[in-house]
Design a protein around this ligand. Structure first.
Ligand code: UDP
Length: 487
């Protein structure tokens, strides 16, 4: 291997909620290691995702965008389906299975680098790409899984998948996570549908069984989280897998680089927010893939209207409709809703400039599905949360955020099938945004969370370096010493 060459390969799953934190990590590493001579960060993905990034990312000396061949229609997917953001939720499992076809091209690429004397310093790959760890072990390359999910959320999610089925009696509503007592008990309404319906032979089970067992081939797990909040989940993985765990977050994508992931322009939202008083606006969004049902949409609209509060709501067609269809306010919202809320409600179709919105001083609270990127973006700005978890580990993120450790979230609804009533929603919006004891407490805890985050990311002199900065240094140190050993 060339003495003075450092190549870090990063490889996210094809979803905005994965590409965004991986890009943030890649750029963070680039800036941290800029003094290393001949530093390269190789960002792998499928052709359409790479083309999108290439056309919009600011030029960078070290970042190399590399596409691996992938043909969605070979896997029964629509021709352009290289990202979950344009995919109906039931097809996500198919995209996951299809993504395993990247194994051959990934191995060829790595083999070429190793054979050419340019072995990467490390590979950092997605929680859904366990097979990359197996390939790296075979080729002697240092490997880490990078989780854009919280430690606690991923621990619950992992424990559920590796202990199927969960409910011994079909009528039981609460049960313990078998190997994660700190996470229990779990209520059946906190089970993602994919896990609730899993019997070991369904597409999700068939994907997760080999995926999760391959994590044991990795050298460790990087988490986009802070040790101060998330110790329980981080310890779970140290204990369960016996691997290194590094909490290096939050690494967040700057607004400038977000233009590559944001089709809409931020100006309209920001100009609208500029007219609003501080902390007066409720921002409502369910992330990059989730939508709510048509009846829930009606209840939410009624709650927003009757709350009297200003709001920005990122709207998508409800569950069961073509997610790429134009949003039809006439059909999916109460009659006259847009007219009656004109001036105090801004509906943004499909995709909003979320990072800019959450950083704006007019935003007072965030009604969120508790996707971990959204959570980090809110807490970094001291914004309290109303939680409406929908899928995956979001139910457990909500629990972590509501608990004493963070205390900056109030769960307002759960999943797509539970009952949601406008009056209860309105009351909870008022609890969080109004002059209530709970609301004041949550706002204080959200500000404290922002301070914890700022301290964790402090990177000045050695004596005051934050926990996340030290963890990333340790990770780089571990990869470097592995390289030194293998010379
Ligand atoms: N996002 C955005 N605009 C939107 C919806 C989502 O910029 O209208 C970004 C959001 O800022 C976050 C990511 O997409 O960085 C969503 O990730 P998260 O983990 O919150 O949820 P997921 O989409 O993975 O469920």
């Amino acid at each position: 291997m060339e003495e003075n060459q450092a190549n870090i390969v990063v490889f996210p799953f094809m979803a905005q909620g994965h590409i965004i934190p991986f890009l943030a990590l890649a750029l963070h590493l680039e800036s941290k290691l800029r003094r290393l001579p001949n530093l390269t960060i190789t960002f792998l993905n499928t052709p359409l995702n790479i083309a999108k990034l290439r056309s919009s990312l600011p030029p960078s000396a070290a970042l190399r965008l590399v596409e691996l061949p992938f043909c969605p229609s070979d896997h029964g997917l629509p021709p352009d389906a290289e990202n979950t953001d344009a995919l109906p939720y039931p097809l996500v499992a198919r995209l996951l299975h299809a993504s395993t076809s990247l194994r051959g091209p990934f191995r060829d690429l790595l083999l070429g680098l190793v054979a050419g004397g340019r072995k990467p310093l490390c590979v950092i790959a997605d929680i859904f790409f366990g097979w990359t760890a197996t390939v790296c072990r075979e080729l002697g390359v240092f490997h880490a899984v990078f989780s854009g999910a919280s430690g606690f959320g991923l621990a619950c999610y992992y424990s559920l998948w590796v202990n199927l089925p969960h409910r011994k009696k079909p009528d039981s509503v609460e049960f313990s996570l078998p190997d994660f007592q700190e996470g229990s008990p779990v209520h059946v309404s906190q089970l993602p549908l994919t896990i609730l319906e899993a019997d070991g032979t369904d597409p999700w089970s068939l994907f997760q069984a080999p995926n999760l067992s391959a994590w044991a081939d990795s050298n460790g797990i990087l988490f986009n989280t802070m040790a101060e909040f998330d110790g329980v989940g981080l310890s779970y993985f140290r204990r369960k897998l016996g691997v290194e765990v590094w909490a290096v977050g939050p690494v967040l994508l700057s607004s400038k680089c977000r233009r590559s992931t944001t089709p809409s322009s931020p100006e309209q939202c920001i100009a609208w927010l500029d007219e609003k008083p501080p902390k007066s606006v409720l921002y409502v969004s369910f992330g990059s893939m989730n939508t709510i049902t048509a009846p829930h949409m009606m209840e939410l609209a009624t709650a927003l209207e009757s709350s009297g509060r200003d709001f920005i709501w990122v709207v998508r067609p409800p569950v069961g409709q073509d997610i790429n269809a134009k949003f039809d306010s006439g059909a999916w919202l109460p009659e006259g809703f847009k007219r009656r809320t004109a001036g105090r409600g801004l509906l943004v179709e499909r995709w909003a400039p979320q990072a800019e919105i959450l950083a704006h001083g007019a935003v007072g609270a965030f009604l969120t599905h508790c996707g971990w990127n959204s959570v980090l973006e809110a807490l970094s700005n001291g914004v309290p949360l109303l939680g409406w978890p929908m899928a995956a580990e979001q139910f457990f993120n909500a629990r972590l955020l509501e608990g004493d450790g963070v205390g900056a979230c109030l769960e307002v609804a759960r999943g797509r099938s539970g009952e949601v009533r406008a009056d209860a929603l309105r009351e909870k919006i008022e609890t969080v945004m109004g002059e209530t004891e709970r609301g004041r407490g949550m706002r204080r805890r959200a500000r404290e969370a922002r301070e914890v985050i700022q301290t964790a990311m402090r990177d000045d002199d050695a004596a005051t370096r934050g926990s996340s900065v030290r963890a990333l240094d340790e990770f780089i140190g571990a990869a470097m010493s592995r390289r030194a050993e293998s010379r």
